[in-house]
Design a protein around this ligand. Structure first.
Ligand code: SAM
Length: 217
């Protein structure tokens, strides 16, 4: 029987024991099983490493699966700030990061991401890499903040941009869908960005902030 492309590709890779344990920890606690897809997790590690990013901002931690993928790509001085609404999820994420030997790389900030983004802006914080993976209605707002807090050449990645087919279904007009269409349109056409959108798994949008549009220029 023909395999689905995502299954075929995932089957080529050796089992990742840390990520497997993280996924199991999420399942055992009854948390939603909505971590980033394995292939995109590998891509996050590669993008962080290839871009030489030192400061990462993640929006939406859940149980730390993507946090592990992001932090794995960091060098010795690299740090990850992760924004998570629910304290109990951030606790689980920290436990998984520690189990993966990455606990010293991450700081969780609990509560509404938009509030933390305003504080980070007021502090003058800037980042080399953004992973947007929280409430879909706010994706356009998160994109605005990412561009505002971006160092030259910063990478912005948004997960689940296809919303399991809802983004491309004209009959779907709910707030998450409308926000995601707006996010995708802006990722594709904002003159401050160069980008691509990958349609595998649930869709991943990747942009690079042009030097002239970045916070420190
Ligand atoms: N990035 C995670 C991974 O791949 O391992 C998955 C994140 S999950 C899709 C979305 C997360 O965003 C949930 O943990 C949820 O609690 C969090 N979240 C939802 N709304 C939020 C908000 N307004 N501010 C901060 N976090 C939020």
């Amino acid at each position: 029987m023909t395999m689905l492309p995502d299954e075929y590709v995932d089957g080529l890779y050796a089992e990742d024991t840390q990520l497997k344990a993280t996924a199991e920890g999420i399942r055992e606690r009854g948390m939603p099983e909505i971590s980033v897809a394995p292939g995109y997790g590998r891509l996050l590690t590669m993008l962080v490493r290839m871009s030489g990013s030192k400061q990462i901002l993640e929006i939406g931690a859940l149980g730390g699966y993507s946090g592990i993928c992001l932090a794995r790509g960091l060098g010795a001085e690299g740090r990850l700030i992760s924004l998570e609404l629910l304290p109990e999820y951030a606790d689980v994420a920290m436990e998984h990061m520690r189990q993966a030997g990455l606990g010293d790389k991450v700081q969780y900030r609990i509560g509404e991401a938009l509030g933390h983004l305003e504080k980070l802006g007021a502090e003058g914080a800037t980042f080399d890499f953004f992973f947007i993976d929280a409430d879909k209605e706010n994706y356009p707002n998160y994109l605005d903040w990412a561009i505002r807090l971006a160092n030259p050449g910063a990478v912005i990645v948004g997960d689940n941009v296809l919303l399991r087919g809802r983004t491309t279904d004209p009959l779907k007009q709910g707030p998450s869908v409308l926000a995601m269409r707006e996010f995708n349109k802006r990722m594709a056409s904002d003159p401050r960005l160069e980008s691509t959108i990958l349609p595998a798994y649930d869709g991943l949008a990747i942009a690079r902030v042009k030097d002239s549009a970045a916070a420190k220029v």
